[in-house]
Design a protein around this ligand. Structure first.
Ligand code: GDP
Length: 333
């Protein structure tokens, strides 16, 4: 392998590595996507262009739920279950650790230990750190790389507290919401909009003393989801209970996902959704491009801070400030 400056290889080496399922190269390529260096992002885009024809075959699943609901325990058992069925699984965990606190909601603890050691699993936590639009594009790109590397099921895990779920919903085929029973008002803690996106709601930790409460919660969610979404003639969201601890309901959830996939492939909605998602991907790339070009434009370097300060002091309105900056870029075009 030829070694380039700054530990970067030629594009074809990354492409060959990914297509042969080399996880180290896969990991390094995802790092290029996440890098703040424009050169790295450009290299990543070149790689993606090459591997795109090899993408599209996986089942893409979004899994969300508040911290503590049991996501990593569930994914671990679910992952082992489907690997035993012969699938290869990649998990991309989006950690909304804020730049402010520098903390991490997913935690530094070793998550999904058994799964992480399995040769048919690939787990990649990624800190969002930047803009939400960026999260969408970067996650989608990482997903494409995983598909090209031969993973046939890809889970995108989020913590269900922010807006990233809406973006993830534009990337995945199936959205699974994990909820807890017996935590007071059953609908609290999770936004209604997230419930609307769910193709399946699983009440976790349905074991021991929590079993009865979980069944009760399941019935309440069944009613709630009908009120929120109405009756659908294509897919009625399923509500189930599960326990990672006792390994109950895990296989049933996989079966629900398989049924969803078969149904949507047969009725043509699978293809329609994927094409819509591709259009969204393009648009979001344009948005990102415009934004980055705007803020990084050399013409704005000094003026931006100046105008920002004036808006902060109330000397000019935000609208006027924005217009001044845009006009500055438009000048001389
Ligand atoms: P995450 O923050 O959503 O990833 O949640 P974790 O998977 O880390 O689980 C949070 C806590 O719930 C841990 O202490 C787990 O041991 C516990 N837990 C997870 N799944 C189950 C389950 O199925 N049954 C029971 N009783 N406890 C569970």
């Amino acid at each position: 392998m030829t070694y380039l400056k700054k530990n970067r290889y030629p594009t074809e080496d990354y492409v060959a590595g990914i297509l042969s399922g080399n996880r180290v190269i896969l990991s390094q390529s995802i790092t290029l996507i996440e890098s703040k260096l424009i050169q790295d992002n450009l290299l990543a885009h070149e790689i993606i262009e090459h591997i795109l024809p090899k993408t599209g075959k996986s089942i893409r699943i979004g899994i969300t739920g508040v911290p503590g609901v049991g996501k990593s325990s569930f994914i671990e058992k679910f992952g082992i279950h489907i690997i035993n069925l012969g699938y290869k699984l990649a998990v991309l965990a989006i950690d909304p650790s804020s730049q402010k606190s520098g903390g991490s909601i997913l935690g530094d603890k070793t998550r999904m230990e058994t799964l992480a050691k399995n040769e048919n699993a690939f787990i990649r936590p990624s800190s969002t750190g930047g803009t939400l639009g960026g999260v969408g594009n970067k996650t989608r790109e990482a997903l494409m790389l995983c598909e090209a590397a031969g993973f046939d099921v890809i889970i995108i895990e989020t913590v269900g507290v922010g807006q990233s779920e809406v973006i993830v919903n534009q990337i995945v085929d199936f959205f699974l919401l994990l909820m807890l029973a017996g935590a007071g008002d059953e609908l609290q803690g999770i936004k209604k909009g997230i419930m609307e996106m769910a193709d399946c709601i699983a009440i976790t930790k349905a074991d021991g003393q929590n079993k009865y409460a979980s069944i009760k919660a399941m019935q309440e969610f069944q009613n709630a989801i009908q009120l929120i979404k109405g009756i659908s003639d294509t897919w009625q969201p399923k509500v189930v209970t599960c326990s990672a601890l006792e390994e109950i309901g895990i296989g049933d959830i996989w079966q629900i996902i398989k049924n969803y996939v078969d149904l949507h492939k047969n009725n043509g909605l699978w293809k329609i959704k994927r094409s819509q998602q591709n259009v969204e991907w393009m648009k979001s790339n344009i948005d990102n491009y415009l934004q980055e070009n705007f803020y990084r434009h050399p013409k704005l370097k000094e003026t931006f801070n100046n105008i920002e300060a004036r808006v902060r002091k109330g000397e000019i309105t935000p609208l006027k400030g924005a217009k001044n900056l845009i006009d500055l870029l438009e000048e001389g075009k």
